[in-house]
Write a protein that binds this ligand. Structure first.
Ligand code: PFF
Length: 476
C-alpha cells in the first residue's frame, strides 16, 4: 500500500452541485426497479414503513459518516480513511474497508450496466413504437398496438436469448459511463447531474400525474401505505434493510468519494438528510407511479423483477397515451441509472488516481473496461453460460446465475461488511473533535448521530449480514 496520500485537486463547484450529484448517485435502478419490485413481492405497506424506518435510523447516520470521511480525508476512499484514522490515532488498517468498497463498486457497476442495457433496449422498443404511432397520426394511442400479452412477454425472453444484443446495449451504457467519468468531476460528473437530474424530476412528476389520472392511485396508495404487520417477516425486514443500504449507495465508499470533492463549508447534517429524504421520496413516488398503472389493468403487483419489463409494457398498451408515457418511463429509468453508474465507476477510478497515481482517463479506462468484461460474463449467464453457477459450492448461491451471484454477493456480503466497518470506525474510532468540527452538527444532533452509529447501526447491520448469509437463522 502506498503510504503517502495526496489530496485531490478536483472538486464540486458548489454545495448544490454536490447535492445533485449525490442524489443522482442514490436515485437509480434501486429506486425505480428494485424498490417497487420488493414492495410488490413483500405485500406493500408493512415493508414500506419498515423500509422508511431503516433509511432514517440506519441509513442517514451512515450517509453522514461516509460524507464526513470524504470531506475530512479529501482524497480517494482508501486514502481518506487512512487520513481520518491517522488524525484519530487509529490503525491505518482501517483503510482496508475503503478498498473493499471500491471492489464492491467495481463489481456492482459491471452488472448494473447490463441491467441498464435492458432498459436502453426497452427505451429503443418503446421509442420506435412511439414513432410509428406518430406516423400513423395517433400519437396518443396505447403502446405496442396489436401485440398480445404473450408477444410482449416474449420480447424479454428473446432479448435474454441474444448475447449480441445484450452485449451491444451493455457496451453503449458502459461506454457512456466511462466517458462521463473520464471527463472528470466538474466537467463530467457534475455536468451530467446538472442536466440529467432536473430532467429526471420533470419526467417523474409527469409520470406520477399520468398514473394518478389514468390509473388507480387510490388502490396503489392503499397498497403502499396500509400495513399488514403479519407480512413483516424476518426475511422481509432483512430485504428492507439491505434495500435501504443499496438505495442510499452505502457500503461501497461512493459517498466517501463524492464527499472528498466537497472543498469547503460545513453543514454536512442537513446535506445528508436531504440526500436520504430525496432518495426515499423518489422510491415512494416510483411506487406511486408504477402501481396505479399495474392496478388499473388488474395485473399482479408481485410479479417480481419482470414487473418493469413485462407487466408495465402490457399495462401501457391498454392505456391512452401509453405509447408516449411508456417511452418516457424507460427514459426516466435510464437517466436515473446513468447518474448512479457514474458514481459507482468513480469509486475505483478515484482509487487508481489517488493510490496508484494514474491519470483519470487511464484509471477510468482500466476499471470501466474491466467492469465491461465482467458484465459480459453476467450477460452470457442468460444464454450460453446459463448453467454456470460461480458460487455453486455455497448453498446460498447454489442455484444462482452469474449476474445474480455478483448482485447477491455484493448486496448480501460486501455492502453490509462495508457498512458495518464504517459504523464501527465512526462510532468507536474516529476522533470526536474531528467529527464535530467537520460535520458542524449541533450538540443534540451530534449525540443522536453518535448513538445511532455506535450502537444501532453495527447491531442492525450485523443482523442483516448474519441472516443474509445464514438464512437458516430465520428458519428458512
Ligand atoms: N443507489 C443506487 C440505486 O439505488 O440504484 C445504486 C448504487 C449506486 C449503489 C452507487 C452504490 C453506489 F455507490
Amino acid at each position: 500500500m502506498v503510504a503517502t496520500t495526496t489530496s485531490t485537486s478536483e472538486g464540486w463547484s458548489s454545495r448544490s452541485a454536490f447535492i445533485l450529484a449525490a442524489v443522482g448517485a442514490a436515485v437509480g435502478l434501486g429506486n425505480i426497479w428494485r424498490f417497487p419490485t420488493l414492495a410488490g413481492e413483500s405485500g406493500g405497506g408493512a415493508f414500506v414503513i419498515f423500509y422508511i424506518a431503516c433509511v432514517f435510523l440506519l441509513g442517514l447516520p451512515l450517509v453522514l459518516s461516509e460524507v464526513f470521511i470524504g470531506k475530512a480525508g479529501q482524497t480517494d476512499a482508501v486514502g481518506s480513511i487512512r487520513r481520518v484514522a491517522a488524525q484519530s490515532k487509529a490503525s491505518p488498517s482501517w483503510a482496508i474497508f475503503g478498498g473493499v468498497g471500491a471492489l464492491a463498486a467495481f463489481l456492482i457497476v459491471s452488472f448494473y450496466s447490463v441491467v441498464a442495457g435492458w432498459v436502453l433496449y426497452y427505451a429503443g422498443i418503446m421509442g420506435g413504437d412511439l414513432v410509428q404511432a406518430i406516423l400513423a397520426g395517433d400519437p396518443f394511442r396505447g403502446a405496442l398496438a396489436g401485440e398480445s400479452q404473450d408477444q410482449i412477454q416474449q420480447r424479454l425472453s428473446d432479448m435474454f436469448a441474444s448475447p449480441g444484443l445484450l452485449l451491444g446495449v451493455h457496451f453503449v451504457f458502459m461506454g457512456l459511463t466511462l466517458y462521463i467519468v473520464a471527463r472528470g468531476v466538474s466537467s463530467g460528473i457534475e455536468k451530467a447531474a446538472t442536466y440529467l437530474m432536473p430532467m429526471f424530476f420533470v419526467l417523474l412528476v409527469g409520470l406520477v400525474l399520468y398514473g394518478a389520472i389514468e390509473g388507480d392511485i387510490g388502490q396503489a396508495a392503499a397498497f403502499l401505505f396500509t400495513p399488514d404487520w403479519s407480512k413483516l417477516t424476518p426475511q422481509v425486514m432483512n430485504s428492507a434493510l439491505g434495500q435501504a443500504l443499496f438505495s442510499l449507495s452505502l457500503g461501497v465508499a461512493g459517498l466517501i468519494t463524492y464527499g472528498s470533492y466537497i472543498k469547503e463549508g460545513s453543514g454536512l447534517g442537513p446535506t445528508s438528510a436531504l440526500i436520504a429524504v430525496a432518495d426515499t421520496c423518489v422510491a415512494l413516488l416510483a411506487g406511486l407511479m408504477i402501481f396505479p398503472i399495474v392496478f388499473a389493468v388488474g395485473l399482479d403487483p408481485a410479479a417480481g423483477p419482470t414487473l418493469v419489463f413485462q407487466t408495465l409494457p402490457f399495462a401501457f398498451q391498454t392505456m391512452p397515451g401509453g405509447a408516449l408515457f411508456g417511452f418516457l418511463f424507460f427514459v426516466l429509468i435510464l437517466v436515473a441509472a446513468v447518474t448512479s453508474s457514474i458514481s459507482l465507476l468513480e469509486v475505483p477510478t478515484a482509487w487508481g488516481i489517488g493510490e496508484r497515481g494514474w491519470s483519470r482517463p487511464k484509471s477510468a479506462l482500466i476499471f470501466g473496461g474491466g467492469a465491461f468484461l465482467m458484465g459480459i460474463a453476467c450477460l452470457l449467464g442468460y444464454n450460453v453460460w446459463a448453467d454456470v453457477r460461480p458460487l455453486g459450492f455455497w448453498s446460498l448461491f447454489a442455484d444462482t446465475d452469474i449476474l445474480d451471484t455478483v448482485d447477491g454477493f455484493t448486496g448480501k456480503v460486501m455492502l453490509p461488511v462495508g457498512a458495518l466497518l464504517t459504523s464501527i470506525f465512526i462510532g468507536w474510532k474516529a476522533d470526536k473533535n474531528l467529527l464535530l468540527t467537520t460535520t458542524g452538527l449541533s450538540p443534540l444532533a451530534f449525540g443522536i448521530w453518535r448513538f445511532l452509529i455506535a450502537w444501532l447501526c453495527p447491531l442492525a447491520v450485523a443482523i442483516i449480514l448474519a441472516t443474509g448469509l445464514f438464512p437458516s437463522i430465520l428458519g428458512t
